[in-house]
Design a protein around this ligand. Structure first.
Ligand SMILES: NC(=O)C1=CN([C@@H]2O[C@H](COP(=O)(O)OP(=O)(O)OC[C@H]3O[C@@H](n4cnc5c(N)ncnc54)[C@H](O)[C@@H]3O)[C@@H](O)[C@H]2O)C=CC1
Ligand SMILES: O=C(O)C1=N[C@H](C(=O)O)C[C@H](O)C1
Length: 242
């Protein structure tokens, strides 16, 4: 595949390495200093754009790619207030858009475990809290993954109406604590606490490799399709996990 990287930071570089190892060609790298080139990019044919940029840049980047008719895989967090507009544009353009707050297969299994646990814990006398720990360079809080975990719990437990960013507290809202520490790639902890015990599940990424591999596999899967997709579509396709 011919891949255009939109955002060439920590993730863009990790994706490049894995994509090249899997036999793909990087036809361009768009970052903040050459962002104007995205609109006029016609150096080579683009099979798919992989977009990992910044919260304030993602909406415009994805819009441009869809306008140009390129399938887009995006992992940027912190822009999802505009998600419905992107999905509508994708539909209007008969394009292809894939989004995941976290592309790691392990995290996506963890999402499922989280929902199962939330189902089991309904009505039990436990206080629930979520913690995410990331590197000090991260621009958004809470993490996109923590928001997906909170939404999973909300979908399973009618007593949870949403989430708040700790130290803010609100009755019926799940508190998310965001910690920023060194170069931590991404740790997420879901904790149920009662007077007598604690139940905790956690996922700890050891590097960015899992995120990057998931993004490249998603791009391979997306090319040739039309519509809006996420990791559940990929994981449920028995042909996808090569
Ligand atoms: N969904 C997932 O699995 C993962 C998502 N992420 C998310 O991906 C995003 C990027 O993460 P990193 O690569 O670690 O950040 P980074 O800060 O290392 O790289 C982002 C790059 O985007 C560039 N950029 C800024 N404005 C741009 C624009 N208008 N057009 C093109 N590029 C622009 C920056 O100059 C920077 O080089 C973040 O939102 C992060 O939360 C990160 C890891 C995994
Ligand atoms: O910014 C990061 O690094 C990460 N961002 C994603 C998020 O916000 O959930 C995914 C991963 O945790 C790493």
């Amino acid at each position: 595949m011919n891949i255009l990287l939109v955002g060439y930071g920590k993730m863009g570089r990790a994706i490049e390495q894995i994509a090249v190892d899997r036999g793909h060609t990087i036809v361009g790298k768009i970052d903040v200093q050459n962002r104007a080139d995205l609109e006029n990019f016609h150096r080579s044919h683009v099979d798919v754009a992989i977009e990992f940029s910044a919260p304030e840049a993602a909406y415009a980047n994805i819009t441009t790619c869809l306008q140009k008719g390129w399938p887009v895989v995006s992992g940027t967090t912190g822009w999802l207030a505009h998600r419905a507009e992107i999905e509508l544009l994708c539909q209007q353009k008969q394009g292809a858009f894939f989004y995941a707050s976290n592309y790691s297969i392990g995290v996506n299994l963890f999402f499922r475990l989280n929902r199962q646990l939330a189902r089991l814990m309904q009505g039990q006398p436990y206080e629930l809290a979520l913690t995410e720990i990331h590197h000090i360079h991260k621009l958004d809080a809470p993490s996109g993954t923590a928001i997906t975990l909170a939404e999973g719990i909300q979908a399973e437990n009618a007593a949870v109406q949403g989430w708040t960013l700790a130290p803010d507290r609100r009755e019926g809202y799940l508190p998310i604590t965001s910690e920023r520490e060194g170069e931590v790639p991404g740790t997420h902890i879901v904790r149920y606490e009662s007077e007598v015990d604690t139940i905790e599940i956690s996922h700890m990424a050891h590097s960015r490799q899992g995120f990057a591999l998931g993004a490249v596999v998603s791009a391979e899967w997306l090319v040739g399709k039309q519509g809006v997709y996420g990791m559940d579509d990929l994981l449920e396709d028995p042909l996808s996990l090569k």
